[in-house]
Design a protein around this ligand. Sequence first.
Ligand SMILES: Cc1cc2nc3c(=O)[nH]c(=O)nc-3n(C[C@H](O)[C@H](O)[C@H](O)COP(=O)(O)OP(=O)(O)OC[C@H]3O[C@@H](n4cnc5c(N)ncnc54)[C@H](O)[C@@H]3O)c2cc1C
Ligand code: FES
Ligand code: FES
Length: 484
Amino acid sequence: MEKRQNIITTINNQRVTIDGEMAFMPLAHYLRQEACLTGTKIVCSEGDCGACTVLLACEIGNDGKLNFKSVNSCILPLYLIDGAQVVTVEGIKLSDTELHPVQQSMVDCQGAQCGYCTPGFICAMAGMAEKYKSENKSITEKKVKNYLTGNLCRCTGYRPIVEAALKIDLGKTQLLKDRYNNPDWLLEMKKIRGQSVTMNFKEKSIFLPVTIDEALKARALDSELRIIGGSTDIGVVVNKGRMTTPKTMALYHVDELRNISHDEKYITVGATATLSEFEEYIEKFIPELNNMLHIFASPQIKNQATLIGNVVNASPISDTIPFLMVSDAIVVLQRLSGVREVKMSEFYLGYKKLDMKTSEIVTSIKIPRLLKNESLRLYKVSMRKDLDISAVTFAGIVKVEKDKIKSARFALGGVGATVIRLKSIEDKIQGQDFSKNQFEEIAKELPLLIKPLTDLRASKEYRMKLAQNFFIKFHNEISSGVLS
Ligand SMILES: Cc1cc2nc3c(=O)[nH]c(=O)nc-3n(C[C@H](O)[C@H](O)[C@H](O)COP(=O)(O)OP(=O)(O)OC[C@H]3O[C@@H](n4cnc5c(N)ncnc54)[C@H](O)[C@@H]3O)c2cc1C
Ligand code: FES
Ligand code: FES
């Protein structure tokens, strides 16, 4: 089948074709420099401030309409928006004389001072209004604070912005999915998403396969091919000049990799499922993880990032790896000659060294479901609560029957080169009393087992103390009957 050699997308309903090397350009730069849509601002270029927030719809929902979500356009290369619809702050107003209810509310509540952050806030709030109006739910202060964690403002002190968000008139809000419901584009979008794309120029290349087979063949042929998930890790390092990605393959046109499903034993998460989709899916299955994901990055990041990207990025302070380790999750790796399954606890061989061959792709993660009487706790401490990378993370699962520990699994992040499973402790306490004393003993033993380092985020002494306290907290919470 012939492969397309350009990126086709729409921006505020204008069809745009992107050829050549420009496809590597971050969307924010394209909007400002090429499309003259300068409402979108660039401040940090690393997904941290939200000034570049736009709305992106890559999916057609169950209602046959576009699903708009807020994303950071500064770390989003154009090759990741093939077949999508982008709405920028310029596309949010209802007409040249009529503001969107979100914009009107910001004006009424004086939510803008210097105004530099305002377009980003408007887009993030429009994304929030889109979600809650579609779900027929009201906007609460908690939801506002959660939704706006990805947007920083230096001037207002946030009170008027939160007030503006709470006063959005949802009754008057026309959904973007209705305003941008362009049947011709929806038809073309389906066609576009069914076509693979190959773009080659000089030493660089982009490949967007539509089948796993195509992806595996490409991976087998070129060991330098870099797989791109949501680009929330890679986009930052590329922007900061610490990495180049000349040969890239993104998998988002491969439908079967987008699935999240469950059976009696496992929850299975496909390679391109986003963290937002995962967060929503597991709300009823794993509420503890769902809670932890509320303080993972920002909505803009989670709407783009994947769980598998977090796993393969292999950061020792990743927030999902400790959970996946204690859950005994399984990484499913595929290559042309077959499929291999590796336990999470055996996937990391050293700092950013993985049991993954250059010919392989991670196609999914299988997460065993919690068993009866198993309790899970996940803790994260960072310098600030929201939108911050962890200093130390903890995951623990314990099964207690008649006050005895039937089984226990623990993992700590931020205390070594990889997230570590504490097998020696797990073995030692099996069959013992589930007592405070037991966990105080573990805390005393920890200095023999972990060697945290001092860096910008925390000193080694602080990290050690946190790790010790997590065990005490774990016992306190489980024994006080707050079981999950
Ligand atoms: C502002 C900001 C805040 C953040 N906050 C947090 C946080 O609170 N906690 C946290 O843990 N992380 C955080 N992150 C890190 C990041 O968002 C996550 O690690 C995210 O899950 C990465 O997913 P991605 O799809 O964007 O990965 P990408 O950047 O696309 O890729 C990451 C790595 O995975 C590889 N990869 C991706 N898919 C596959 C595949 N299918 N097969 C093989 N290799 C693959 C890529 O080659 C790359 O090496 C944050 C990042 C930013 C920018
Ligand atoms: S410019 Fe700060 S998040 Fe994009
Ligand atoms: S109004 Fe000035 S940065 Fe927010």
